[in-house]
Design a protein around this ligand. Structure first.
Ligand code: PRP
Ligand code: URA
Length: 214
């Protein structure tokens, strides 16, 4: 049984999330519906992951009177999808923060070793000034996510939040053990990994299901 620091893990288990996740898991769900559900879950999860963004007060005038109100302050955001499947979460998050920048990390898991193989990395120039949301629907061994975290730390990023949709206990532990400050959000922590490092019960291969490649 994997043990980890639960204070840095948020399981977003709102009934709407659980309902959508059940449809996502179902092998009979179409590619189109799967893609739309990933977008919707990213919105619901992003809402939680940005709950503590700092605010500042502004003076405004409503049609009735002057008042003070709040707006999001200071630090800007970057969304960092891990290709391919992470791309499926980007549009949902951009509906919440349309001015966020998007950086990309391209990785795939080696068929036999399950280790991540990197093929692309491009971040905004001022990445070190931004709160970074790494997005990838699946957190299995944690190899891909920990590699992405390392790239961002090497680029000087301080506030990293990782958003998965389905995580394994092994992946959660590997991520939280790897980085003492990263915060992790997921819709569920599933039972375990199988011998091929797929999450059980899981939802299969997220990239293939988003893009209809199998
Ligand atoms: C999947 C998934 C994650 C990774 C998770 O990508 O989208 O990136 O595996 O596994 P890990 O935690 O063991 O690293 P995959 O390698 O299948 O690439 P794809 O998104 O291009 O299909
Ligand atoms: N990647 C996926 O897409 N699904 C898994 O279950 C594990 C890794």
């Amino acid at each position: 049984m994997a043990e980890y620091d639960e204070s840095r893990l948020t399981v977003v288990d709102h009934p709407l999330v659980q309902h959508k996740l059940s449809i996502l898991r179902d092998k009979s769900t179409s590619t189109k519906d799967f893609r739309e559900l990933v977008t919707e879950l990213a919105v619901l999860e992003g809402y939680e992951a940005m709950r503590d963004l700092p605010l500042y007060e502004v003076e405004i005038e409503t049609p009735l009177e002057k008042t003070t109100a709040k707006k999001i302050a200071g630090k800007k955001l970057a969304i960092i999808p891990i290709l391919r499947a992470g791309l499926g979460m980007v549009d949902g998050l951009l509906t919440l923060v349309p001015s966020a920048r998007v950086g990309h990390v391209g990785m795939y898991r080696h068929r036999e070793t399950h280790e991540p193989v990197q093929y692309y990395c491009k971040f905004p120039d001022d990445i070190d000034q931004r709160i970074c949301l790494i997005v990838d629907p699946m957190l299995a061994t944690g190899g891909s996510l920990t590699a992405a975290i390392q790239f961002l730390r090497e680029a000087g990023v301080q506030d990293i939040r990782a958003l998965a949709i389905v995580a394994s206990p092994e992946g959660v532990k590997a991520t939280l053990d790897f980085d003492p400050d990263v915060r992790l959000f997921t819709c569920v922590v599933d039972r375990e990994l199988n011998d091929s490092a797929y999450i059980l019960p899981g939802l299969g291969d997220a990239g293939d299901r988003i893009y209809g490649t199998k």
